[in-house]
Design a protein around this ligand. Sequence first.
Ligand code: GLV
Ligand code: MN
Ligand code: MN
Length: 418
Amino acid sequence: MEINLGRLMKDFNNIIGFTSTPGNGCTRFSYSEEDQKAREYLFARMEELGLDVKVDTIGNIRATYGKELNKPSIMIGSHHDTVKNGGKYDGLTGVLAALEIIRVLKEEKAELQQPIELVSFAEEEGSNFGITMLGSKVCAGKYGLEELKKIQNPEGKSVCEAVKDFGLEIDQMEKDILQKGEVDAMIELHIEQGQILESQQKPIGIVQAIAGMRTYKVTIEGDSNHAGTTPMDLRSDPMAGAAEIISHIRKTAKCDALPTTVATVGKIECIPNIPNVIPHKVEFYVDIRDVEAKGVEIVSSKLAQKVKEVSEEYSLKSTIELVGKSDTVKLSSRIIGQIEETAIEQGFDYLKLNSGAVHDTAMLSGLTDIGMIFIPSKGGKSHCPEEYTSEKDIKAGCDVLLNVVRKLACKKTEKQKI
Ligand code: GLV
Ligand code: MN
Ligand code: MN
């Protein structure tokens, strides 16, 4: 059994048109107008398939094929939001693969023994609130309503306000928390976003572990003053302090942590941000990741130490706030085995690897058996307009997932047709 690539690419070309930055990558934040248009497109396709569609309180779409079987589902999907000026393939590939897989199974009249659930998690990229995988974290019960009232976007709007404005009833969130036993397995198809598969010429990656991460917000406050009249030794300049801390983060991740550790400062704000004014406040975010918890720990503690040292040296006032956290997750050997067996049966060369990017699937660990299939990213580029995965690779990944789903969710007679 195989997917219809032309049909999948038609969906793809429609949804990538829903961007607020045409000509400069895809920008489709959760709860935006572009998100709404993508949802309307997806809902129309789901209706054609007769899926039982539910949107939960945080905006995760959960659409079930075979709901009447009343059994734990096999969940497949990903997310359809993007970073600012992001790529076309991150997340969307997994959502559209799930849609196409259900379409093929329906067309082929495959007899199900368990329902198949398509999921598209909201706010995976953290583009609004700076917290990655927010939708799947809420789905997994990792946030309470009171916390969501406090988390704000740069305009000062809380998660609760943003989802209410999007037409969702956040007050009811408790009832949507995923319960153990509700989902039998979650499998996500995703682009690799790295260079390993391409460099080893493998069309399929089987993920063994997903890196853990911490996101810190560092705020440094000093004294605003005239850039021309304030002598160098009479300044408390938060930008100079931030610069020292940021270069130290790079050095620690590279030299003092583990070979697998990475750390990034990708967002910085300076107030008032004027060339001839010593700023009074600088805020920046530190994203630290590793599949080994120890690597994240080393960079985190060196960061705290350096912030303290720099603050003392330049008479600055600093705070470090942990705004997001997820632990390293190992994927289920049952699902890894099924993916491996199917890739072999279908004649695809594969590689087992770890994921440096985080994924919604990781949040479901402990609630169900989880698995991920990776497909190559050209030049390892992702979270940028240059992100690209060939149609051939997309089809390979979808076909492997289709046949894994068939083995897991369909009756024995169906399995023999693989
Ligand atoms: C999400 O894509 C992340 O890994 O930051
Ligand atoms: Mn993604
Ligand atoms: Mn991403």
